[in-house]
Design a binder for this molecule. Structure first.
Ligand code: PLP
Length: 326
């Protein structure tokens, strides 16, 4: 461990002068910043080598934690997942948990962003042995970046409920091939689904597995509401932290939840549908293909859970406060 770790705690860019006043010569990081090798820079100045295996083989894992009102929301859960993902892929960038956490803190503090989308990424890196095809010869690389908060479903669309399209020409990549519980860049299936959805005039796509069960969409989990109960798929999906937050909220509110296979035919009989993502929390779906749900507006239970999500983000136990420079 070391070289990279030592960088994580240093003041990366002199956002302040020695007397504490802002340094107006410091680059503007408010539209996006990156952390690489202990240095913080404008996101446009950050780069990885062309032959990084993350780029040429999608050999990479990542995670995205939201910053809401100046604090990370449920950060320990995101770090747990990211560390597990790295372990599953045998990635070791020589950054332990405190070093990663310090990098994220320093990055967001330097950006000044109080509502942000914060990505942490580990790639297989560049192969250090000429001609080698052995993944063990790669030097794994960690970096992080943040930008102003991203909504996976645009907020003006989420207000009335989004139109989702069930992908027909592509199925979710089988779990036996790529473990969906490891957040990954294997987006070939999602991107095909998105093109299909956009061509059909829909906002986003939902993918099925080979058995015709609902899985998830590009960056979100799916919930069905039926007779006051929640149903969300058990397999073929990333175990989203927002999905978990919704399940925790449901427990607190006495709403029953089932985690099990969700056949498309049953899904299409839902009373309400919503999706969950760290990029927006809880977003209602009011139409799937040509079928309208909850009278074409966000359903009552969906609205209640949406409100609860942002209420949870104000609770001190869910917040890791960021120490911004004065
Ligand atoms: C990130 C992601 C989600 C949502 O997970 P959160 O932790 O709630 O942001 C769902 N599905 C996929 C494929 C994802 O990449």
């Amino acid at each position: 461990m070391v070289q990279q770790n030592s960088g994580a705690t240093e003041t990366p860019i002199d956002a302040q002068q020695t007397d504490g006043t802002p340094n107006h010569l410091a680059p503007d990081l408010s539209t996006g910043a990156a952390w690489m090798n202990g240095r913080i820079m404008p996101i446009a100045d950050a780069s990885v080598p062309l032959n990084d295996w993350g780029l040429i083989h999608s050999d990479i894992t990542y995670d995205v934690v939201p910053v809401l009102d100046g604090a990370f929301f449920r950060l320990p859960l995101y770090l747990d997942r990211f560390l597990k993902s790295m372990q599953a892929l045998r990635l070791d960038p020589d950054m332990d948990r405190p070093a990663i956490e310090a990098a994220l803190h320093g990055l967001v503090a330097a950006s000044g962003l109080r509502k942000a989308y914060v990505a942490m990424v580990t790639t297989r890196g560049v192969n250090m042995v000429a001609g080698s095809r052995d993944p063990r010869d790669c030097k794994n690389r960690f970096f992080a970046w943040c930008v102003p908060y991203i909504h996976v479903i645009r907020p003006e669309i989420a207000q009335t409920g989004a139109h989702a399209h069930i992908a027909r020409t592509v199925a979710r990549i089988p779990s036996e091939s790529v473990d969906p519980r490891v957040k990954n860049y294997h987006w070939g299936d999602f991107t095909r689904g998105l093109f299909e959805a956009k061509d059909a005039g829909a906002e986003t796509a939902i993918l099925l597995d080979a058995a015709g069960n609902v899985t998830e969409g590009p960056g979100f989990n799916v919930f069905s509401v039926k007779n006051g109960r929640l149903i969300t798929p058990d397999s073929g999906v990333l175990e989203g932290i927002s999905r978990r937050t919704v399940l925790d909220i449901a427990r607190e509110h006495g709403i029953a939840a089932e985690i099990r296979p969700l056949p498309l035919s049953e899904f299409m009989q839902s009373d309400e549908i919503f999706v969950t993502t760290s990029g927006g929390g809880v977003a209602p779906i009011s139409r799937v293909d040509n079928r309208v749900f909850s009278n074409g507006v966000p359903g009552e239970i969906t609205n209640a859970i949406h409100r609860a999500y942002f209420e949870w983000a104000t609770r001190p136990e869910n917040r890791t406060e960021i120490a911004y420079p004065a």
